[in-house]
Design a protein around this ligand. Sequence first.
Ligand code: SF4
Length: 419
Amino acid sequence: MAICDRLRGSYGYYSRQMSAPPSEKRRNVLQLALTDGCSYNRCTFCSLYKAKETPQFGSGSFGIKTFEEFVFHAKRVLNYLEKHEPDTLSALERIFIGGGNALTVDTKTLQRSSQFARKAFYDATGNFPRRISIYGNTNDILMHGRDGLPALLQGGINLVFWGLESGNKEVLKIAGKGYDDIKAEDTAVLLNKMRLNGLESSLMVIPGLGGERYYDKHILDTVRILRIARPRWITFIGLHIIKGSPYERWIIKEERENRNRRLTPREIAEQTAEMIEKIDFKTTVGVHGEDVHGDLSNPVPIGSYFLGHRTTTNERLSFLLRREASARPLPQAFEHLEPNFNDTSTPAIKPPDDSVFLTDLGIYSLTHIHDYRINNNTRRQLNKDLFLLSLLDTELFEILIRENSYISEKPYLSNFLLS
Ligand code: SF4
């Protein structure tokens, strides 16, 4: 359990749960609370802070610590770890400054806070944090702007999680994000410039947002913004339509008037695949399931992949997404979205020609197995690819195992085939 969850309601942590990206709730991350809740809190699909009461601020409200309060909080947490959890302290490598959109805090206070956190981290652990990350929405990134972001970078903040969700103006309006495509583009330009100075970004996109009516626009306009921002990470987040939310009311009305409909899980996987296919820069994409995102999981989770070679990795991933979507039973959480999934009269997405494609994949894998011994990242990537391949074509995989002692040394791969 993350430090902020274990110490929730004490040591300066707020009483409601701090929202943080899954990567920032790991064992090696120190979460510090500068804000509570989300200052915006009006996105139509988001319930993160809407229903949660806090004794300090009430339901849905937002609070900011002063610099002095933040210093007191950071000191108390580090003292606690020093005294009671030395192992946790020595495992720390990074800091996340929460909560929902802590980037809303003015540049000066935020810079001083992260500078202090960085120094206190060094005093307690003997090392500077490898990175300091923060959630930021479009308006807040623009508010800091060309002058403020370098100041934050100087203060130690070197990663911003930007909830883009979509690059399309209509979809952004439906989602109630509070900004349009022009502002999204300005933000992307800014983040791309900052990337060259060392401030990385991680973007979140929601496939399925806007429904069938905006299917193509959501893909094209989102990819356009991604290509401008060139983030180091892109995470696809599942659309969880909350009962009674403004978003649900909107889509019900659209469906009633026959203007639109929600996408099926297969179509969501297809839309994700189409976005991945169009990404033309090096980045890592994450399409995770319930284990990582809980309610916000993707219907067809395939994990994280580094996209380094556009015409191979992207096609392979999009193929896997489509193939898995049509071959796998749905996770329970998605059943309500596609009541006719098991009805054979529903046309399935036509996968590419299996025999040709799988042979290509096989050759690709065989060729790269020999590279494994050189590069660890490639090895990890190919291990995953091979495992996924085995889900698609057992016969091909048997050949791979016979031909390659490297694979047969991997018990999870051989076990899979023997089972
Ligand atoms: S900015 Fe983020 S946390 Fe705030 S309401 Fe929108 S999606 Fe939710």
